[in-house]
Write a protein that binds this ligand. Sequence first.
Ligand code: GDP
Ligand code: IMO
Ligand code: MG
Length: 436
Amino acid sequence: MDQTNLIILGAQWGDEGKGKIVDLFSERFDIVARYQGGHNAGHTVEVGDRRFILQLIPSGILRPGKTVVIGNGVVIDPGALLQEMETLEAAGIQVRGRLLVSHRAHVIFPFHRMMEKASETRPGQVRIGTTSRGIGPAYEDKIARRGIRIADLLDSETFCAQFEQIVREKQLIARALQIEEPLDFAEMRSRYLGYAERLRPLVADVALYVNRAMDQGRRVLFEGAQGTMLDIDHGTYPFVTSSNATAGGASTGVGVSPARIHAVVGVSKAYITRVGEGPFPTECDDQAGQTLRQRGQEFGAVTGRPRRCGWFDVPLLRYTSTINHFASLVVTKLDVLDHLSEIPVCTAYRHRGSLLDEMPALARDLEQIEPVCETLPGWNWPTAGLRDYSELPPAAQSYLQYLEDRTGVEIGCVSTGPQRDQTILRPGSKLAKLLG
Ligand code: GDP
Ligand code: IMO
Ligand code: MG
């Protein structure tokens, strides 16, 4: 299977450890492609004593010789992208010549952040608890067909005309909503024209590039951002992000037919976390949740916000597996559970006295779900850094077997720490075969 193209994406609410896994697996691919989201993502990769937090640049950048691409489905804050490139280059990672940016990707402007701040703070509005990066308003403009794309930005005449139009509209809205944030639009325009010149050498027709590379037998790994439960269509709407984090997003977000992508691999923690507002059936807001947060260092990679923590949610994983058709699951942060003598797992959802067999679409129904839990024995033994499945304590193996049986998805890989080598890839698994 030398031409297998894979999608790796979040099976929960984001921060599952996708960065670590993409970095690890990208060794076996030629190209790593981001397909949605923006610098709301924070993908942590630890290599030796160095720690990188990637926001827009695919995690494959840390592997010398790999090409990484940012697809049309991503929204790009050029200042953030250039800053990320500089940080990597200062750390000795070659970026120029290895990174391509789609000319069809949409651009984030400071007025997007301004609009987001207004909608997150206005009385009477539903607060989502966003990352404040302007992601949602940038996608709003894209869908409303008034967005500015990288290709538009590079053509100064097109850009200046579009910019004038969009600014006029934002000023009208700002006046109507009594937003008083002063923005210097003339300075913004010339700053963005400056960004255009710095980005120009990276800009390409990424869809064409990736399809041609596939024609030549090069292997592509698609890196999802956020997670399935934050997907604009399939997540816990409205407490979601504004893009398709699910498998379908990889196809539209890069411009590659689903027929050219061979399998989808989900990444899930051995428990679950969520940042921001919204329903969370297995949330533990007690001491157990705080201990998970401390042991798992569950603080946002981008915003530093404490992550809400809870127990593994089987119905949720079954749902996200249905949406994405996971061939295999990577379970991360098993070591975070090492201290526990008992581990609750949610096996079913009860709502108003009945068991549910579907994921409710209404946020209100999700808020009212009572998780039905089973308690499994813990192992109370250090698994951190283990690299062989057979070295895991029997209770840890039983825990993983239980998750596999209940979710119906193979667990092909287990992560026992943030480093590349703190990983167990199960020999003979579907995942091992897909990786080749
Ligand atoms: P992503 O957004 O899905 O890439 O995940 P984040 O980087 O936001 O959060 C995952 C965090 O867990 C990072 O700090 C990783 O370094 C860390 N991590 C990943 N895998 C493991 C693991 O198996 N054990 C532990 N203890 N930490 C891990
Ligand atoms: P990675 O790729 C976890 C959450 C925010 C908020 C909601 C909407 O690192 O897994 P947005 O700024 O996107 O409009 O916020 O989505 N969120 C994430 N949560 N991991 C992420 O990315 C996230 N990106 C956005 O906290 O609840
Ligand atoms: Mg993250």
